[in-house]
Structures are given as structure tokens and as C-alpha cells.
Ligand binder design. Sequence first.
Ligand code: HEM
Length: 132
Amino acid sequence: MRDIAHEIGRERIAAVVATFYASVREHPTLSVPFQRVHDWPEHLAVLTHFWWVSLGGERYLDYSYQVPAKHAEAGFTPDLLQDWLMLFQTTLTQHLPPDQAIPWIERARKIGTSLKMLHELGHMHGPKPIGH
Ligand code: HEM
């Protein structure tokens, strides 16, 4: 499998992640859920590591991700996901050549589909009886 992580490199992944979240914080809809983030340097470090590993790099942080739970708490919705993916695509195409931007965007779309599926199944909210 192609090693996108090493092709792009940790430093450039970190730079793209920082640029993306700078735009998130100014975005009309996405800035709202992200107000819950109080330690931005830590969030950027955790997300840089997340993408590095998701794109094929080896782990270097001892951190247990809780992606579905955190998104449930943050008020994830399919509409916010649309905005997120749109902004992510814009950021990546502006800062990376297409042969690096496209596979990374593809990876984000797949994760987005999983988050949306969990959301639709109600998994993010824990079990509750239907119709109550
Ligand atoms: C494919 C799209 C997305 C990906 C790949 C993604 C990925 C991540 C990851 C890996 C984390 C860190 C989780 C952890 O610390 O365990 C995170 C945190 C977060 N995400 Fe997303 N996310 C996506 C979409 C969204 C959307 C649409 C929202 C809107 C609600 C959102 C809001 C947040 C917030 C607020 C946090 C911080 C949660 C906290 O630390 O309390 N994300 N995201």
C-alpha cells in the first residue's frame, strides 16, 4: 500500500491540520461545537497524530482515541459533517498537490461515512427503547 503519511511528512501534516482548525474556529457552523476545545495545542497534537497514523505512519503518541463518544458529546450531525468535509477538501487542495490531497480527502470521507452511520444507528447516544 502507498505510504501517504511519509510522502506528505509529519511536518506538513501538522501544518495542514493547524491551518484547517484555524479555519474551523472562524467557520459560522463548525466553530460552535469546537468551542468545547480548551487546549488547542493538545487538540492539534492529537489530530496530527491521528492523521499521521490514519495515513499509514507508525504511532508515536500514547493516546486512546474515543472518536464516536467525543463526536456524540460534541453534537455531531450529518449537516455539520458536510460543512466539515467541504472545508477539509478546500484546505487540502489549497495546501497539497492533488496526488497527496486526493487520497487524504478520500480517507476523511470514509471516516465521515462511518461517523454518520454510527450517528444514524443511534450508537452515539447509547441504547434507548424505540418510540420513547
Ligand atoms: C470525517 C470527519 C471527521 C474526522 C475524521 C474527525 C476526527 C476527529 C478526531 C480523531 C478527534 C479526536 C477524538 C479523541 O480525542 O478521541 C476529533 C475531535 C473532535 N471533533 Fe471531529 N472529526 C470529524 C468531524 C467532525 C464534525 C462534523 C464535528 C462537528 C461536531 C467534529 C467535532 C469535533 C470536536 C468538537 C472534537 C473535540 C472533542 C473533545 O475533545 O471534546 N468533528 N475529531
